[in-house]
Each structure stands twice: as C-alpha cells, then as structure tokens.
Design a protein around this ligand. Structure first.
Ligand code: V4E
Length: 233
C-alpha cells in the first residue's frame, strides 16, 4: 500500500508508528526517589504493565535481537537500529545505552517477523488486532510473561522520561529514556540521557541488566545461554 501513498504521507505514517527508543537502565536504591525529586522530576503516573513475549521454538526472533510482545492488547516489535548492529557506540556514556526501533504498526510487524522466519506459506490478507491466526501460522509461542509496576517521571530536560520498574518476579530496575522519531537526532538523545544520569549521580560503568535478562536466566536457562553465547544479552 505504501506505493499508493504520496511519499510525504508515507514518511509521516512511518514516524507515527516507528520511533527509536534510546535508553539507559540503572539500578535503583533507597535514594533514587529522593534524587528524582531533587532534580525536579515530576511523577506522571503509576501503572501495571502486563507483557507477553513471543518467539518460535528455535528462537528465530530473539537470536536476531528482535523482541515481539503483546502489551495492553497491542503488538509491539523492538529491533536493533543500524548503529546498534554495527557495534559502533562511540564514547563510554553511549555504550551504556541501548537503541531499539519500536514498531507498533501491525502490518509492518507482521512483514518483519515473516521476513525473519522465512515463512513460505502465504498468510491470509486482512489480519487484525483481533484476528491472531498469524501468530500460530508463524509458529510463535509465548516464552515470557510478567507484570511490571511502573512509576513514570518527566524531567525539565525535554523529552526525557524516567521509569522505575518493579517486576512481579522480584527485579527492580530504572530506565532513563528518550523517544526519537524516525530520522531524528539520536546523538542529542544520548546527550540528554548522559546529563540526566549525571544529575541522578549514576556512577556505574557497566550496562545494567533488563527485566528479560533476569527472567530468562531464572526461567529458561537454555534460551538464556543461547542468547548469551550469541552476544544478544
Ligand atoms: C530490547 C530488549 C527486550 C525487550 C524489552 O525491552 P526493555 O527495554 O527491557 O522493555 P521495558 O518493558 O523495560 O521498557 P519499555 O519498552 O516499556 O520502555 S528484552 C532484551 N532486550 C535487549 C536489551 C539488552 N540487550 N540490554 C538491555 C540493557 N536492555 C535490553
């Protein structure tokens, strides 16, 4: 359908459904909330997030660092960006951050997942959020499911959000994140994250594990070992 749209319209739709999430995770401690208040962060909400992650039994997606999930009834796909795939991260502060494309358009998700799984059966046209037959046709199964209690904060620094996550399997992690629209300035996002980390007094020089890392290590050690050996986690 993209050929039928004027190119400006197509670009607008891509921006709407595809952005890059630049993020730095950090370990929370007893001082984190106090620090957030001191730097003027404002709590903008508290919610429960239920996530289900899907892959084939052979791990076609996660072995390519692609993370397909269902959250609040909507499908989302996180894929590495060209920069993260090239391994070029530049300076140390940037190396503490991850960058993933976030795709929320279901046709685009379906296309990308199909490309990877190299499904040769033609899938039926007209699938929707309600019709989930594409999931079983691609042999996708849920391999991780958990709920996170999340408190979100905004900062004066434009576009910066801090989330404090408590996963139901007992892992507590924070993240500083900036969403960059497709083609936007990722360097500026990295700089905002660096400044925020400095204000929060984050000193660690190692990447902090995400929830999935801890979840897989505990619940699916074989899958975890495979991802470690392929340097995905
Ligand atoms: C990208 C990714 C995974 C998908 C979940 O990503 P994550 O940022 O952990 O999700 P969440 O729920 O905390 O944040 P939200 O999407 O709501 O902003 S699972 C593993 N990865 C890869 C990965 C990695 N290799 N290293 C780090 C530090 N994080 C993620």
């Amino acid at each position: 359908p993209s050929e039928l749209l004027p190119s400006g319209c197509f670009l607008f739709l891509r921006r709407l459904f595809m952005s890059v999430e630049v993020e730095r995770k950090f370990l929370c401690n007893a001082d984190t909330l106090k620090k957030l208040k001191e730097i003027g962060a404002v709590c903008v909400g508290q919610r429960q997030i239920h996530d289900q992650y899907f892959d084939t039994p052979e791990f076609h997606l996660t072995l390519r660092d692609m993370w397909l999930r269902k959250r609040k009834g909507c499908w989302e796909l996180k894929c590495p960006t060209a920069e993260s795939q090239s391994g070029k991260q530049g300076e140390a502060a940037a190396a503490l951050c991850t960058r993933y494309k976030e795709i929320t358009s279901l046709p685009e998700i379906h296309l990308r997942v199909k490309e990877v799984i190299k499904e040769d059966r033609e899938s039926e046209a007209g699938f929707s959020q309600e019709d989930e037959s594409w999931v079983s046709k691609l042999n996708l199964v849920c391999f991780a499911e958990f709920t996170t209690a999340r408190r979100s904060f905004t900062l004066k620094e434009e576009g910066v959000q801090v989330d404090l996550d408590q996963a139901d399997f007992g892992y507590h992690v924070g993240e500083i994140e900036v969403l960059v629209p497709e083609g936007g300035d990722e360097q500026a996002a990295l700089e905002k994250i660096r400044k925020t980390a400095e204000k929060l007094g984050l000193t660690g020089d190692q990447r902090v594990k995400g929830k999935m890392d801890v979840y897989l290590k505990r619940n699916h050690p074989e899958h975890y070992a495979k991802l470690l050996s392929e340097h995905i986690l």
